[in-house]
Design a protein around this ligand. Structure first.
Ligand SMILES: Nc1ncnc2c1ncn2[C@@H]1O[C@H](COP(=O)(O)OP(=O)(O)OP(=O)(O)O)[C@@H](O)[C@H]1O
Ligand SMILES: [Mg+2]
Length: 283
């Protein structure tokens, strides 16, 4: 099992970052992944428009209500253009809703200034994008260590061990000292997945993380994320066009034209078949 010893005692209690001052305003050393009760993610009537105040203002999310509990492993599906990435960016505190409420670990995002949003995002959320955004001049191992380095400022053996274990989990031990620029697209994406998990976030948002992987790698990466979620209580929201993956998640949320078309626990039933894409899309 992955040892998260670097993380324990690192994160400040996310409750410290709210707008309400009070007795908890000291910087308690509490693991944010386990210290907060209630939903990890809660959206109430979230709307998002682009081009606000212009002639081409367009509303692309029309009032989204979603809750994700601690440890839930959920998928977000829907046709191309239905708003999945827009929604993920809002949940990931990369963008703000035009209206509606967003709570992350009980924190009302609207009550936080930009600095507090950045802190909450850094300590709580791991991202995996379809484009990996690795630093090409660094090795796979160094890329995975990067988020920990940014927190701890100096590399040490425990940090390296954590990164090595994550790379082993994603099947890249042999390539750990390769420059990421010299790795295949699939390998680079697996490094990005390991990197997203390096700080044991309480929430991982993944936008088509297996989109570039072959069937076997898709399975192993999906199982890895599942295992991490189960063993550490990490909540996952996974955007995918692959119904076979979606139906293996605890919950499937389906978007259609910026609205939640379906939100159901356990599975999609018999709609999905192995390897079937959700829709023919523009990727
Ligand atoms: N920055 C932006 N400015 C204007 N419109 C945008 C912007 N970002 C997204 N949109 C629009 O919002 C809608 C939803 O886009 P989004 O990228 O969220 O879809 P998606 O479900 O992730 O699609 P895909 O499966 O192709 O990734 C689309 O109509 C898109 O053109
Ligand atoms: Mg998208």
């Amino acid at each position: 099992m992955i040892q998260w010893r670097l993380y324990v005692g690192r994160a400040d209690n996310v409750n410290d970052m709210g707008s309400a001052p009070g007795k908890d305003s000291g910087r308690a050393r509490v693991d944010s992944a386990t210290s907060v009760s209630g939903p990890v993610v809660s959206l109430e009537g979230v709307k998002k428009s682009f081009g606000v105040g212009t002639l081409v203002e367009t509303e692309v999310l029309h009032g989204i209500d979603i809750k994700l509990e601690k440890g839930e492993f959920a998928s977000l599906i829907g046709p191309s253009g239905s708003g999945k990435s827009t929604l993920l960016n809002i949940i990931g505190l990369l963008d703000r809703p035009t209206s509606g409420k967003l709570f992350i670990n009980g924190q009302d995002a609207a009550a936080l200034d930009d600095a507090a949003i950045t802190r909450l995002r850094g300590r709580t959320i791991g991202f995996i994008f379809q484009a990996h955004y690795l630093l090409s001049a660094f090795t796979a191992l160094e890329n995975v260590m990067m988020p920990i380095l940014l927190e701890r400022s100096r590399p040490d053996d425990a940090m390296r061990d954590t990164a090595k274990e994550l790379l082993e989990k994603v099947g890249l031990t042999k390539w750990q000292d390769n420059l990421s620029a010299n790795m295949s697209g699939g390998q680079q994406q697996r490094v990005a997945i390991a990197r997203a998990l390096a700080l044991k976030p309480s929430l991982v948002l993944a936008d088509e993380p297996t989109g570039n992987l072959d069937t076997q790698a898709t399975k192993s990466v999906f199982n890895l994320m599942r295992e991490i979620s189960a063993s550490s209580g990490t909540t996952f929201l996974l955007v995918t066009h692959n119904l076979n993956l979606a139906r293996q998640c605890d919950r499937t949320i389906e978007l259609l034209d910026g609205r939640v078309e379906a939100n159901q626990k356990s599975s999609l039933g018999k709609q999905g078949t192995a390897g079937t894409d959700f829709v023919a899309d523009s990727h």
